[in-house]
Design a protein around this ligand. Structure first.
Ligand SMILES: Cc1cc2nc3c(=O)[nH]c(=O)nc-3n(C[C@H](O)[C@H](O)[C@H](O)COP(=O)(O)O)c2cc1C
Length: 343
């Protein structure tokens, strides 16, 4: 129903407006009695075979919602009704910021892809905390943290510390995001020295807590082998709990969309089908380098149930979706989980 009737109408309009429109619809519908129950009946799928345990957390199923969809934790209770095993909020920055100028979100239907240069538009970490305090769903939440655009890289660690402290009591795991292509120079923080500094400082704060929280790092699909080797060393040195591979790519290789249209769209991170192979290659490399037990959350280009299976075969312990959820609609998570349960 979604792909035949609803998606063709939604795809007629500006993607960012549609995102806000569906968010408003979902939150308005929150006032209808029994709505969440009905959504859960339609879209949730429970099965013992789907349960996973990583970094001390019990996931009811391995399929999560990737960062960027509900940056500000506005719809946790509603999104939990779509059958996700966990939801990652953010990227959140200490201060709220508007992000880049619009338009900044573009569909590439021929390629089953999206290009975005949102630039960490978010209401700031404190607003998200207020919402998290009010949520009623007990779904596992990841807190994805970043730095404000105006914070120089030398002081970036302070922004990550602020995000970490503010969210500490309200999320189940943390993700350090240094891999978005849409904040100028952010990805320079993926270099060994600044990255080790940020992560070590966070681990110091983490260890001071009575019970520390899992700390993960989200990486780009565009890293060289040398950079991936650095990441492997950092994982060991800083004792990271897991990696999220991958964010969007800056590459435009192999697209069907014309160069003319791509030039008009301009800069941004590409997600969806074209990022799948790159992201899987990164996962395969990391899985080999880090051994079978190390938790890797695989994300990037899961557009079909088979893509989800492929991601797990590449070595992902858990998976996340974003673009596939937009293209396939709300039944996608249940379809993936049914398949995974039967394996
Ligand atoms: C519109 C949009 C906004 C995103 N915002 C964020 C973000 O704020 N933080 C982040 O870590 N990743 C963000 N991502 C990246 C996704 O979490 C994911 O890593 C990437 O899109 C690849 O997965 P996909 O092919 O399933 O979309 C965003 C992706 C899209 C399409």
């Amino acid at each position: 129903v979604y792909k035949l009737f609803i998606r063709p109408i939604l795809f007629l309009f500006d993607p960012e407006k549609i995102h806000h429109f569906t968010f408003s619809l979902l939150s308005l519908a929150g006032f209808i009695p029994g709505k969440k129950w009905a959504l859960r009946q339609l879209f949730c799928y429970e099965n013992k075979n789907l349960e996973r345990e990583y970094f001390g957390l019990k996931f009811p199923n391995p399929v999560g919602l990737a960062a960027g969809f509900d940056k500000d934790a506005k719809l946790i209770d509603e999104l939990a009704c779509f059958g996700f095993g966990f939801i990652e909020i953010g990227t959140l920055t200490p201060k709220g910021q508007f992000g880049n100028e619009k338009p900044r979100l573009f569909r590439l239907p021929e390629d089953k892809a999206v290009i975005n240069r949102m630039g960490f538009n978010n209401g700031g970490v404190e607003e998200a905390v207020k919402r998290l305090k009010k949520r009623s769903s007990s779904i596992l939440i990841g807190g994805n943290i970043g730095k404000n655009k105006n914070t120089p890289n030398e002081e970036a660690y302070k922004d990550y510390e602020l995000g970490f402290e503010a969210l500490f009591d309200h999320v189940d795991y943390f993700v350090v995001n240094v891999s978005s292509p849409n904040t100028p120079n952010l990805r320079a923080l993926q270099d060994k020295k600044p990255l080790t500094e940020i992560l070590s400082k966070l681990q110091i704060l983490n260890r001071q807590k009575s019970k520390s929280k899992p700390l993960l790092l989200k990486i780009a699909p565009d890293l060289t082998v040398d950079q991936l080797n650095d990441i492997v060393e950092i994982v060991k040195d800083v004792k990271l709990d897991g990696l999220i591979a991958t964010n969007t790519t800056i590459s435009r290789e192999g697209l069907i969309t014309t160069n003319d249209k791509l030039d008009k769209i301009g800069a941004g991170g590409l997600s969806g089908a074209p990022v799948k192979d790159k992201s899987n290659e990164v996962i395969i490399y990391l899985r080999k380098a880090l051994g079978n037990e190390f938790p890797i959350i695989g994300v990037g280009g899961i557009m079909t149930v088979d893509d989800a299976v492929e991601k797990i075969k590449a070595g992902a312990s858990l998976i996340q979706v974003y673009t596939g959820f937009i293209y396939q609609g709300p039944g996608f998570i249940k379809s993936i989980n049914k398949k995974l349960a039967s394996m």
